[in-house]
Design a protein around this ligand. Structure first.
Ligand code: HEM
Length: 355
C-alpha cells in the first residue's frame, strides 16, 4: 500500500507550488543533481520569497563533523544491542493483548525508549515526557505558524543536553554519549547532534518503521524475503517506504542544471518521495522488489547534507521489523484502521491495528 500522496501517473518534472512557495522537483536525476550541487543551499520552509540567507540552524553543525560519524560507527554494536533489547521487550509486553495497534503499542514507544537510552541512560522518568514533547515540537517546526514554540523546544533540548554533557560521570565507559565525549574537545560540539539524534529517533524513525511494517504485512513474498536476509532488504525498503516527502534548497546564483534554468533566490522543494518512484530510474517503481538491483535511493537525502543518522536507521531496519514479524508471525491487519500522519515533510502510518 503506497502513501496516498503518490499516484501512479508520473508527476511533471517541475511545477510551482504556492503552498510551499517553491518549485516542486520530482525527477530523480534532477533531485540528485541538485542535492550534489554546492550552488544550492539548505533552507527551511518560508513564506518570504526574498529570503536568501541560510538560517543559522544549530542542528546543521552536525553534518560537517566526521568525529560524530565515527562515533556512530564505533558504537554500532552497542546500539544494535539496545535496539534488540528495546523491541523484544516491547513485543513481549503486548503479546497477549488483543487488537494491537502496531504503531502506538509497539513502534512508537520502542523508538521513544531508544531515543532516551541512546542519548543517555540518565534521563529521569520526569524528564522523559518533557523531552519527547519538545522533540515533537521540533519535528513540526516547518509546519507551524508559531515559530516561537519550535524555538522554545530547541532551546529546551539544547540546554538539557548541554547540561548532561557538562555533568558526565567519568566512570561510565560504555555508552554512546561517553564515546562522543571522548572524541571531542568541547562538549558544546555534541549538543546539536544529540538533539538531532533524540528528535530523529523519537519522531521520524517510528514513521519509517510503520511504513515498512505496512509494506511487509501486506506483501507475503516480500515478508518472506526480508526474513531471509534483512540486511539485503534495507535499500529497497528505504526507497519504497521512506517517510521524508521533500527537502528545501535555495539557488545561491543564476545558472542551469540538467538543462533547467534557475535564478538566484529560487526556492526548490526536492520531492524525495517522487524521485524514489521515478520510472526512468526504477523499473516498476510502485512495486516493492526486495531483490531489485541496488540503486541509490534518496530517502535519507544525498550528498553533503545526507542524513547523519543513516547507520542507526539501517540498523533499526534490520532489527525492529524482524523482531515484530517473529513475535507476531500470523498477525492480520485491519486495513480500515490505517491512518497516515506526521508532519508536512515527514509522513507515515500512525495507526495500524491487528484484526
Ligand atoms: C527515519 C528517520 C530519519 C529520516 C527519514 C531522516 C531523513 C533525513 C533527510 C532526508 C535528510 C536530508 C535533509 C536535506 O537534504 O536537507 C536528513 C538530514 C539529517 N539527518 Fe536525518 N533522518 C532520520 C533520522 C535521523 C536521526 C536518528 C539522526 C540523528 C543523528 C538524523 C540526523 C540528521 C542530520 C544531522 C541531518 C542534516 C545533515 C546536514 O544538514 O548536513 N536523522 N535526514
Amino acid at each position: 500500500m503506497l502513501h496516498p500522496n503518490l499516484n501512479q501517473n508520473p508527476p511533471p518534472i517541475m511545477e510551482w507550488s504556492p503552498d510551499l512557495n517553491a518549485w516542486k522537483i520530482h525527477s530523480y536525476q534532477l533531485v540528485l543533481s541538485i542535492l550534489s550541487d554546492p550552488r544550492f543551499a539548505v533552507v527551511g520552509a518560508s513564506n518570504q520569497k526574498e529570503q536568501l540567507s541560510i538560517p543559522s540552524n544549530p542542528l546543521e553543525l552536525a553534518s560537517s563533523n566526521p568525529v560524530i560519524i565515527d562515533a556512530f560507527q564505533q558504537e554500532l554494536p552497542w546500539v544494535r544491542n539496545k535496539m534488540h533489547t528495546a523491541i523484544d521487550a516491547r513485543c513481549l509486553s503486548v503479546l497477549t493483548k488483543s487488537n494491537i495497534d502496531i504503531y502506538q503499542d509497539i513502534i512508537l514507544p520502542c523508538c521513544q525508549q531508544l531515543a532516551i537510552v541512546l542519548t543517555d541512560g540518565g534521563i529521569t522518568q520526569k524528564e522523559a515526557p518533557l523531552l519527547l514533547d519538545a522533540a515533537h515540537e521540533l519535528f513540526l517546526m516547518n509546519d507551524t505558524n508559531e515559530p516561537l514554540q519550535a524555538h522554545v523546544a530547541t532551546t529546551f533540548l539544547t540546554n538539557f543536553f548541554f547540561d548532561k554533557l557538562n555533568h558526565l560521570s567519568p566512570q561510565r565507559q560504555t555508552d554512546f554519549i561517553n564515546t562522543l565525549a571522548q572524541k571531542t574537545v568541547s562538549p558544546a560540539m555534541l549538543v546539536a547532534p544529540l538533539v538531532q539524534l533524540f528528535t530523529g529517533l523519537a519522531t521520524s524513525l517510528p514513521l519509517l518503521l510503520s511504513n515498512v511494517m505496512l509494506a511487509l504485512f501486506t506483501d507475503d513474498e516480500a515478508r518472506t524475503q526480508y526474513l531471509q536476509s534483512p540486511p539485503q532488504s534495507i535499500n529497497e525498503l528505504l526507497r519504497y517506504a521512506g517517510p521524508a516527502q521533500y527537502v528545501y534548497r535555495m539557488a545561491l546564483e543564476d545558472g542551469s542544471i540538467n538543462d533547467y534554468a534557475f535564478k538566484r533566490g529560487d526556492r526548490l522543494a526536492l520531492f524525495l518521495i517522487s524521485a524514489n518512484m521515478d520510472s526512468l530510474q526504477f523499473e516498476c517503481p510502485h512495486q516493492l522488489q526486495l531483490k531489485r538491483p541496488a540503486v541509490a535511493q534518496v530517502s535519507l537525502g544525498y550528498g553533503i547534507h545526507a542524513c547523519l543518522g543513516a547507520p542507526l536507521i539501517r540498523a533499526a531496519l534490520q532489527i525492529i521489523p524482524e523482531s515484530i514479524l517473529k513475535h507476531f508471525p500470523s498477525i492480520q491487519l485491519d486495513m480500515n484502521s490505517i491512518q497516515w500522519g506526521g508532519s508536512k515533510g515527514i509522513q507515515g502510518v500512525v495507526r495500524m491495528n491487528s484484526l
